[in-house]
Design a protein around this ligand. Sequence first.
Ligand code: GDP
Length: 137
Amino acid sequence: MERTLSIIKPDAVAKGVIGKILDRFESNGLKIAASKKLQLSRMDAEAFYAVHSERPFFNDLVDFMISGPVVVSVLEGEDAMSKNRKLMGATNPKEAEAGTIRADFAENIDANAVHGSDSVENAAVEIAFFFSGREIS
Ligand code: GDP
């Protein structure tokens, strides 16, 4: 049993597809162990994406992530991290496989609908960033 962090980004929340995206997880064997909607502060977004702080798109990414509320969830199941990455599709929605969340709900590489942890180690750090132990079950 493995856990990973998912974020439904501001573009997808604004479009009203929270339920459709959460359904993709549940329909594919991932349990929603925790979930909440929140507005990130600039400090939250800069801290969460600190690994990208030297990348040219960092400021755009932070601006986008605070442009509206997000939904953060802990997904749980067998191979949860890689299963979620498969369901998400490629970072650039134009390259995302048909039937993936990004192919179906995202516009472009800035507004790409979802975030998912990219390793089991990062998943633990990202889950702890948003949730206390007693919020996860
Ligand atoms: P992910 O794990 O698939 O989300 O991709 P990364 O960890 O590489 O990048 C994090 C986020 O930064 C992506 O989801 C995009 O929103 C954004 N991003 C990545 N590469 C680019 C880029 O080349 N240009 C822009 N504008 N945004 C990018």
